[in-house]
Design a protein around this ligand. Structure first.
Ligand SMILES: [Cu+2]
Length: 165
């Protein structure tokens, strides 16, 4: 397994190697917590092309996708993810889906907490990372880099493979 530590000058090189070789990503947070991300995948999306002002597609409808994964906390402290970003979308938000009556609604959450020794699954119908304003078409097989931000300020870059749900 590959252990990703925030180790000064070596970090960029380690990160690059991890992105190429690792099916899972890990980060050692400042408090000793260790977060592992496995099975990250993203929904396909078709970015609007052309950029014409008179598009037939309403401009207020942003292209969206969602990223799912399993978060595993190998540490002895809770890990809180408080944000995310990706170069393929204007905004990445932490979302949850709730069933209200017969209707499934989704909306932002402040954080996703993974208990020590536990795991949290981001999956369709539940927690996910919402990508809003997707800027390029995401085809099955494409790889989407996603940066998760922890509440201690540390970051974990994961790579989600685009696939059909
Ligand atoms: Cu959402």
């Amino acid at each position: 397994m590959r252990w990703l530590k925030r180790a000064g000058a070596y970090a960029p090189l380690v990160l690059t190697v991890a992105l190429v070789l690792a099916a899972s990503s890990r980060v050692a947070a400042a408090d000793g917590a260790l977060l592992e991300v496995t099975g990250a995948w993203a929904r396909p999306a078709r970015a609007m092309g052309g950029g014409h002002a008179h598009s037939e597609t309403p401009s207020m409808t942003a292209v969206t996708s969602a990223v799912y994964m399993t978060l595993v906390n190998h540490g002895s402290h809770p890990v809180r993810i408080v944000g995310a970003s990706t170069p393929v979308a204007d905004v990445a938000e932490l979302h949850e889906t709730r069933i209200e009556g017969m209707v499934a609604r989704m909306g932002p959450v402040d954080a996703i907490e993974v208990p020590p020794g536990g795991q949290v699954r981001l999956e369709p119908g539940g927690l996910h990372v919402m990508l809003i304003g997707v800027t390029r078409t995401l085809e099955p097989g494409d790889r989407v880099p996603l940066t998760l931000v922890l509440d201690d300020g540390s970051e974990l870059v994961v790579e989600a493979v685009v696939q059909e749900a």
